[in-house]
Design a protein around this ligand. Structure first.
Ligand code: ADP
Ligand code: MG
Length: 322
């Protein structure tokens, strides 16, 4: 693993106001990926097959995306890992950061996250850098920072720490490998872990489940985004909404989809992810659906969603909102 300067300045005394006044430093250029051993190997191993295997455009600068929605079970983790996998399979260098103590994204990516495994928890505590806890996955170009159950305590431990809201942001900013995408899988709450993700990210991807209560809580989520923008990260934008678990046979799913599209317009990706058993089975094999059953409807939908996501951000590197 490449030596990465440790985030020693994490402990610098920083108040909320400091952070707001300070331009958030975002690394837009980095060392050439091919220079780092971890990436050189990934490039060499990059194999893409199939008739529609054209590479997606890569963003001009790193895109950091928080996949967030405080509701549980809406498809955050499924979206994080499958979008990450689809982007990597189409030529991007992708880091998926698991920020949920349950470690479901780590499981789906086949990455060890037993208690005590070096993880995002150690990064938030300032003891390790992201580069020191990155794991390879079975997919070339796709890397994962695992979350262990230790992270469950972080929400409370962070409260008394300096720069508690911007610890992940600092860790991401000092990340040496030039990933095209960093996707952060958030826990189902609006606590300090999610706040860290929203401060680290420039974009937010909100998965919305096509069910009756889908829109409940969205107002609160968006108000929180405004608070983060006002105080901690002025660059944050909701760049993407993805409809998940869409069941075309029900009128309800259509109604929810229509309501979301009316409200959020072009932020909503054209591709909606269908409810599919293959999608839900894949994690139990330590896989994403992209590798578990790449031809399935779920995998194809995630591939299409990832294509739109890549194309929308190809020119600005920061999503359609910019
Ligand atoms: P969250 O991370 O928001 O809590 P998950 O991604 O873990 O949500 O999804 C919740 C549950 O729904 C999981 O069991 C997952 O396998 C299942 N699931 C997610 N998306 C789909 C889908 N498109 N089709 C079928 N099951 C899905
Ligand atoms: Mg989850």
């Amino acid at each position: 693993m490449t030596e990465i300067p440790s985030g020693g300045d994490v402990s610098r005394e920083t108040s909320l106001i400091d952070i707001a006044a300070e331009p958030v430093s975002r690394e837009t250029t980095g060392p050439n990926l091919a220079d780092t051993p971890i990436a050189a190997e990934a490039h060499a191993a990059l194999t893409i097959s199939g008739p529609d295997a054209a590479l997606f455009p890569r963003p001009p600068a790193r895109r950091v995306i928080a996949v967030a929605n405080q509701k549980g079970g809406v498809g955050k983790t499924t979206t994080s890992v499958n979008m990450s996998a689809a982007l990597a399979l189409r030529g991007a260098q992708v880091l998926c950061i698991d920020l949920d103590p349950q470690g479901n994204a780590s499981t789906a990516l086949g990455v060890d996250h037993g208690e005590g495994v070096p993880s995002v928890y150690d990064v938030l505590l300032g003891e390790l850098t992201l580069g020191e806890v990155v794991s390879r996955t079975a997919i070339a170009g796709l890397y994962c920072v695992p979350a262990t159950i230790d992270l469950a305590g972080a929400e409370i431990e962070l409260v008394s720490m300096v720069a508690r809201e911007s610890r992940l942001q600092r860790a991401v900013a000092t990340l040496e490998q030039s990933f095209d995408y960093v996707l952060i899988d958030c826990p189902p709450s609006l606590g300090l872990l999610t706040v860290n993700a929203l401060v680290a990210a420039r974009e937010m991807l909100i998965p919305i489940q096509c069910e009756y209560y889908a829109l409940e809580g969205l107002g609160q989520l968006l108000r929180n985004v405004e608070l983060i923008r006002a105080h901690l990260n002025a660059e944050l934008a909701v760049s993407t909404i993805l409809l998940t678990m869409y069941d075309g046979r029900t009128r309800l799913a259509d109604q929810v989809a229509e309501e979301v599209r009316n409200h959020f317009g072009s932020l909503v990706l054209g591709a909606a992810i269908p409810r599919s058993v293959r999608v839900s089975e894949a994690p139990s094999y330590g896989q994403t659906v992209m590798t578990y059953d790449g031809g399935s409807r779920g995998a194809q939908a995630y591939l299409e969603a990832a294509r739109e996501f890549a194309e929308l951000g190809a020119t600005t590197g920061a999503g359609p909102d910019d």
